[in-house]
Design a protein around this ligand. Sequence first.
Ligand code: PHE
Length: 332
Amino acid sequence: MIDEIRRIEDDARGRVAAVDTVAELVELDRELLGKRSALTGTKRQMGALSEDERRELGAALNAAQESIRGFLAARRAELEAVEREVQLGAERLDLTEVRADRDAGHLHLITQVVEELEDVFVGLGFTVAEGPEVEDDWHNFTGLNFGTYHPARDMQDTFFVDLGAPREVVLRTHTSPVQMRVMEGQAPPIYSVVPGRVYRNEAADATHLAVFHQIECLVVDHGITFGHLAGTIDRFTKAFFGPGYSMRLRPAYFPFTEPSAEFDVQRPDGTWLELGGCGMVHPNVLRNGGIDPEEWSGFAFGFGLDRLAATRHGVTDLRELASTDVRFLSQF
Ligand code: PHE
């Protein structure tokens, strides 16, 4: 019987080695060690033996069982390693496709313009600030001196967000709400520029977009005058466009500045580009921002970046700025 056990063990070693998937190995495990196995069969015959023989046979059986378990475990580890290799091979990504000499792209035209303007203003001593694109009515309108029924609200067709009380939450229609946020957050002197995305509910055409970009400038300090405003706009125009360009101011109206103006930039060919609005910060706005208008004064201006970028690069349709066409984008 001992010989029989050895034979079973040898046979098991050969069969385990011949298996080549984990699934088959699980099957074989059951066959070699389960209730119907040859080993279990020999165990059943032990009843007819003497006690000594039984002890000897029991020890041999246990040893055989142990070594078969060992064969199974070792083969399982081998097969699992192989299967993992195969899986890794199948999931492998060929990163050599991402070649270093391919064109990796570059910043979008608008982003380039934002960064360049930030540099100009930082060079003039300004700090860059940001605010949320989803705004509340207070920051976008009411705090900026737009009365509840003020017709100027209609100058900026508004996207309302379905959140809270009706008409309470908006997609900001300009970067001016960040004026309020800057004043809330810090005491004067303030020299801030705020680039950002803004939204207006209007149909896009060659000279208008529903989603566009502005840059806002806010200065609050002792003794700030309209002269500082005009000088700052002139400086940035020349720094950004170059010496052939100049600017002019035209009287205008905004609820949050008084007096107010619109400013245009003149191209070297003599034509004018309407760029933005500006003015002295209205005393109500300073007060809403927690600043005493008897002590401090300030100016603000804001203008569209899309038109500015388009003018400088000879883009005639603003909608192209939202294009994903690489043939367009790669020109800049
Ligand atoms: N927020 C105004 C607009 O979008 C522009 C502006 C900014 C005017 C700051 C005055 C002062 O039209």
